[in-house]
Design a binder for this molecule. Structure first.
Ligand code: KG4
Ligand code: ZN
Length: 348
C-alpha cells in the first residue's frame, strides 16, 4: 500500500510551525518559528500581532520544509491544520493556507483539535506506550487529566476549575517582573531560590478524592505575599528567587498528587505528560522519581514536542484521515473555543 504523506500546520497561538509526517516512515521533518520576542514587551500574547506574524511566516516555512526535503507540493496526500482551540485570527491563518492549498492540490484538508494533538504527541517517539494510560495535559490554556483507552477513546477525569497550570506560571512571572512566557522564567529563577523560606498552599490536595485543579488561589497568595514584602521593602532578587522556588514546588507537587490519584482511579500503569508545562524539568524529574518506584511508566515527549509544534498536528491528522475525518467543503472554518469534550470517542 502506498504510504500517506501529510503536511501539518500549527498556528493556534504564538508559534508558527509546519511538519511532514509519512504513514510508513514517521516524522520526516518539522520547523517552527516562535513569536516570543514579538510579544515579550507586552508580557503576553497580543492576538492581532500573532495573526499578522503567522501571515508573514507560514508560507516561507512550508516552502523551506518542502524544498529542504527535496519534495514537491504535489507529493502531499493531505494537509492537517489546527482548527481550534486557540486565538481566532491566528487559527484563521492556518485554516486559510491549509484549505486553499489542499483545494488547489485536490487533496483532503483535515481539521485537528490542538489538545488531542498534545495528547498524542508522545506517540511521535514512543509508539509502544502501553494503553490504557492516563494523560496529564498541561498547557497555557488547559490542565486536564484524561484516561486514554485507545486513540480516539478519551475520558476526562479531572480538569482545572479556574486557571490552567501554565497560566499560573505566566501570571506569577508577571507579578515578579519576569519575561513572557512565565513557565521557563519562573523555573530558571527558582533554581537560585532556597528551600523552605516560603510555602504556598497546594490547591485541593486536601480534598481526598478530587481529581480537579484550582490555581487561582495560589496566584492570589503570591500576589498578597509580593505586596506585603514590597510594602516592607523586602522584595530583593534573592527573595524573588525564594518565592519562585516555593511557587514552582506548589504547582509541581499538586500536579503530581493529582496524577497519582488519577492513576489509581483509572487503574492504569502508565502516565503520559504533555503540553508546554510538561517541559518543566522539576516536574519531569520528580514525577519519574516518585512513580518509577511504584512501577508506573512515565512517558514524556521530548521538550520540542511538549510545547506547540506541527509534528503532533500532522500525526493526529493522519489518525483523523484514517477515520474519514476531513473538511470536504474546504470551508475556512475555525473553532477557537472547541471543547475537549467533543473529541471524546470522536473516532470510535
Ligand atoms: O502547550 P503550549 O506550548 O501552548 C499552549 O498553551 O497551547 O504551553 C505554553 C505554556 C505557557 O504557559 C508556558 O509558560 C508553559 O507552557 N511552559 C512552562 C515551561 N515551558 C513552557 N511551564 C513551566 N515550566 C517550563 N519549563
Ligand atoms: Zn499547545
Amino acid at each position: 500500500m502506498k504510504s500517506i504523506l501529510i503536511l501539518g500546520i500549527e498556528s493556534s497561538c504564538d508559534e508558527t510551525a509546519t511538519a511532514l509526517y509519512d504513514s510508513e516512515k514517521g516524522l520526516i521533518a518539522h520547523n517552527i518559528f516562535s513569536q516570543i520576542d514579538l510579544h515579550k514587551q507586552y508580557g503576553g500574547v497580543v492576538p492581532e500581532l500573532a495573526s499578522r506574524d503567522h501571515i508573514k511566516k507560514l508560507l516561507p516555512l512550508i516552502d523551506s520544509l518542502i524544498k529542504e526535503n527535496r519534495l514537491d507540493l504535489t507529493d502531499l496526500d493531505a494537509i492537517a491544520y489546527t482548527s481550534g482551540p486557540g486565538l481566532s485570527g491566528a487559527l484563521l491563518v492556518g485554516s486559510v493556507v491549509a484549505n486553499g492549498l489542499a483545494y488547489s492540490l485536490g487533496i483532503p484538508s483535515i481539521p485537528v483539535h490542538h489538545m488531542e494533538a498534545h495528547l498524542l504527541a508522545p506517540l511521535l517517539e514512543h509508539n509502544q506506550t502501553a494503553m490504557p494510560f492516563v494523560a496529564l495535559l498541561v498547557s497555557g490554556g488547559h490542565t486536564l487529566l484524561i484516561k486514554v483507552e485507545q486513540i480516539g477513546d478519551y475520558q476526562l477525569i479531572g480538569q482545572t476549575l479556574d486557571d490552567a497550570a501554565g497560566e499560573a506560571f505566566d501570571k506569577a512571572a508577571k507579578l515578579l517582573g519576569l519575561d513572557y512566557p512565565g513557565g521557563p522564567a519562573i523555573a530558571k529563577l527558582a533554581q537560585s531560590g532556597k528551600e523552605g523560606i516560603f510555602e504556598f498552599p497546594k490547591p485541593l490536595t486536601k480534598k481526598k478524592d478530587s481529581l480537579d485543579f484550582s490555581f487561582s488561589g495560589l496566584k492570589t497568595s503570591l500576589l498578597y505575599k509580593v505586596q506585603e514584602l514590597e510594602s516592607k521593602n523586602l522584595l530583593s532578587e534573592q527573595t524573588k528567587a525564594d518565592l519562585a522556588h516555593a511557587y514552582e514546588d506548589a504547582i509541581v507537587d499538586t500536579l503530581i498528587e493529582k496524577s497519582r490519584r488519577a492513576i489509581q482511579f483509572a487503574k492504569v500503569n502508565s502516565i503520559v505528560i504533555a503540553g508546554g508545562v510538561g517541559a518543566n524539568t522539576k516536574l519531569r524529574e520528580k514525577m519519574k522519581d516518585l512513580f518509577s518506584k511504584k512501577g508506573i511508566e512515565v512517558v514524556y515527549p521530548s521538550i520540542e514536542y511538549c510545547t506547540d509544534n506541527a509534528a503532533m498536528i500532522a500525526l493526529t491528522g493522519l489518525y483523523n484521515l484514517k477515520e474519514g475525518i476531513s473538511n470536504d467543503s474546504y470551508e475556512i472554518n475555525v473553532n477557537p473555543r472547541w471543547s475537549i469534550d467533543s473529541i471524546y470517542n470522536s473516532h470510535g
